[in-house]
Design a protein around this ligand. Structure first.
Ligand SMILES: C[S@@+](CC[C@H](N)C(=O)[O-])C[C@H]1O[C@@H](n2cnc3c(N)ncnc32)[C@H](O)[C@@H]1O
Length: 247
């Protein structure tokens, strides 16, 4: 088993854009999602994209006028984002996103954690701490949006083998193994090497967060919470901070 950082650096990040269906398709999906959930007229507003990856949501937010702080630990994925930014108001930060407050010198209007990124945190306590920091870092009335997979109902038997993407030169299959609080994600990558195939496997853990637990943890930090159906089977949580937690 590797850490999340190692898994992305050595296994997933180099094929991530391919896995996402290519840059244009992925950016269109991100833009469609931002159009669904974010209000227009964002000039001068501050947004933070936690686990921004290659910028599927960051770029669209910046085009709407947000000044965006995009934080991720993958240099490879941030490199793809950097190539798209040009003159857009995006600050790119390579760091663990749990430390996002040190990169923010004023309160934010919007904080995102999209694409099943919350589940990459090491334990539920880290998620609770992140929610407290987010509540503290948003203006009253500000919004936190997260999309994640609810892994509480385990897949069983052959249902645990998930075909992610395949073409004539590469196949990515995901295999899931469940324990009480975690699901171990094995990313099985086959790549064509001349007339044969090379297989590489790397595994990391994700948290099994229930939708109900996430909603309650946000409410405990002064958020009102709306639950929606997100893209690709994910849950979307839209949370508005009404009060700052008492010190
Ligand atoms: C599943 S991807 C989602 C990326 C992007 N939000 C999207 O929707 O396309 C998870 C991202 O979170 C990043 N990540 C995971 N844990 C992190 C952490 N603790 N600090 C910074 N980045 C992290 C990974 O490098 C990866 O880019």
């Amino acid at each position: 088993m590797t850490t999340v950082t190692e898994h992305y650096a050595s296994h997933l990040a180099p094929v991530y854009l391919w896995m996402a269906g290519g840059l244009d398709a992925a950016m269109s999906r991100g833009e469609a999602e931002i159009n669904m959930v974010c209000p227009n007229g964002a000039n001068g507003l501050i947004a933070v994209d936690l686990g921004a990856g290659f910028g599927m949501h960051t770029v669209s937010l910046a085009r709407r006028g947000y000044s965006v702080i995009a934080i991720d630990m993958s240099a490879i994925l941030l490199g793809i984002l950097r190539d798209q930014v040009n003159t857009l108001p995006v600050k790119i930060v390579e760091d663990d996103f749990v430390t996002f407050q040190k990169h923010l010198d004023m309160k934010a209007n919007l904080i995102l954690c999209m694409g099943d990124t919350l589940t990459h945190l090491p334990e539920q306590r880290s998620v609770e701490q992140l929610f407290a920091d987010i509540a503290d870092s948003l203006h009253v009335g500000g919004t936190f949006i997260a999309t994640f997979r609810d892994y509480t109902i385990p897949l069983t038997d052959t249902g645990r083998f998930i075909p992610v993407r395949g073409d004539s030169d590469r196949i990515l299959t995901c295999f899931l193994e469940y324990t009480d609080n975690y699901v171990t994600v094995h990313d099985v990558l086959h790549e064509r090497r001349g007339s044969s195939w090379q297989q590489r496997v790397s595994a990391y853990q994700k948290l099994r967060l229930s939708t109900e637990w996430v909603a309650k943890a946000l409410q405990a930090n002064g958020f009102s919470v709306r639950i929606e159906q997100g893209l690709a089977g994910m849950v979307r949580v839209v949370a508005t901070v009404h009060t700052h937690p008492s010190p």
